[in-house]
Design a protein around this ligand. Structure first.
Ligand code: MEV
Length: 298
């Protein structure tokens, strides 16, 4: 019996712009999905969603992971701290943790690079389209510049996530990516500079991360939020949580992920105050930290 866990992620900068080849900075956070794989007579998958065999409706990511590893006799048990479908990379985390647990349980010898690649293929198959960001960060952890995949220095300050509890499902992500593409098609002279400016935050952000300059990182996160709003992926609920976090003293706060619901993230050294402001504004707050570990055996 082997248990592996893999982290979820937030974007410090760059979602949506990354679709157009601009830089982004994505970070693993201390919210994990744990998967136990045990050699067994048949395939069973147990999670909060119920117990099934291979089931591409209820457990699509885990079913594909089992198939990809060629495991015909395995029992897989899942538990997770990561809210599902909220833009925090829950599907990447369950996929990577499942692939790794099966890899170790059956001594298949796949390296983490292969686990990340297989995880990305699974996300693409289930979602139609997916960037490799979530599966890469979930496999290797840390703070990562995309597309170079360069690892940046760790940050020690607190991270508070605010969930609007309005699902940011993969389907919604695709819809929002399409929305930005059509706005760009309509007004390229307006939208292209916004996308390039969002990309520039990561280049500046890399230096600020090195210096651990939380004040300046926060300021740029705030501007990034404004530009995501300008692209039409914000919601009133997300902005209410963002403003509540800033008013409670966060260095900065912004949407994380595709937007249209889902989560925002705040950088702060007073996580309890920021979390309670987010709760008072109607969100569900999660206090977390950056996590330098990717997938690991528990
Ligand atoms: C969604 O988490 C992030 C987007 O940039 C889409 C992607 O990179 O695949 C909106």
């Amino acid at each position: 019996m082997i248990t592996c866990s893999a982290p979820g992620k937030i974007y410090l900068f760059g979602e949506h712009a990354v679709v157009y080849g601009e830089c982004a900075i994505a970070c693993a956070v201390e919210l994990r999905t744990r998967v136990t794989a045990t050699s067994s007579d048949t395939v069973t998958i147990s999670s909060d969603l119920g117990t099934t065999g291979l089931d591409h409706e209820i457990h699509p990511y885990v079913s594909l992971a089992i198939e990809k590893m060629g495991a015909k006799k395995v029992s897989v048990e899942i538990s997770s701290d990561i809210p599902v479908g909220s833009g925090l990379g829950s599907s990447a985390a369950v996929t990577i943790a499942t692939l790794s647990a099966i890899n170790l349980e059956f001594r298949l010898g796949h390296k983490n690079e292969e686990i990340a690649r297989m995880g990305h293929e699974i996300e693409q198959k289930v979602q139609g389209a997916a960037s490799p960001t979530d599966t890469f960060v979930s496999t290797f952890g840390g703070i990562v510049e995309i597309p170079s995949r360069r690892r940046l220095n760790m940050l020690e300050c607190g991270v508070v996530i605010g969930n609007t509890n309005k699902g940011a499902t993969p389907k919604k992500t695709a819809k929002l990516v399409k929305h930005v593409a059509s706005l760009r098609g309509e007004y390229p002279e307006v939208i292209d500079p916004i996308i390039r400016t969002i990309g520039s935050f990561s280049k500046k952000g890399e230096i600020l991360v090195k210096k651990k300059d939380y004040v300046s990182l926060g300021k740029l996160m705030n501007v990034n939020h404004g530009l995501l709003d300008a692209l039409g992926v914000g919601t009133a609920e997300l902005s209410a949580l963002v403003y509540a976090a800033r008013n409670a003293g966060a260095y900065g706060a912004k949407i994380t992920g595709a937007g249209g619901g889902g989560c925002m993230v705040a950088l702060t050294d007073s996580p309890r105050e920021v979390a309670s402001a987010i709760e008072n504004a109607g969100g569900r707050a999660i206090i977390s930290h950056f996590d330098q570990n990717g997938v690991k055996q528990e």
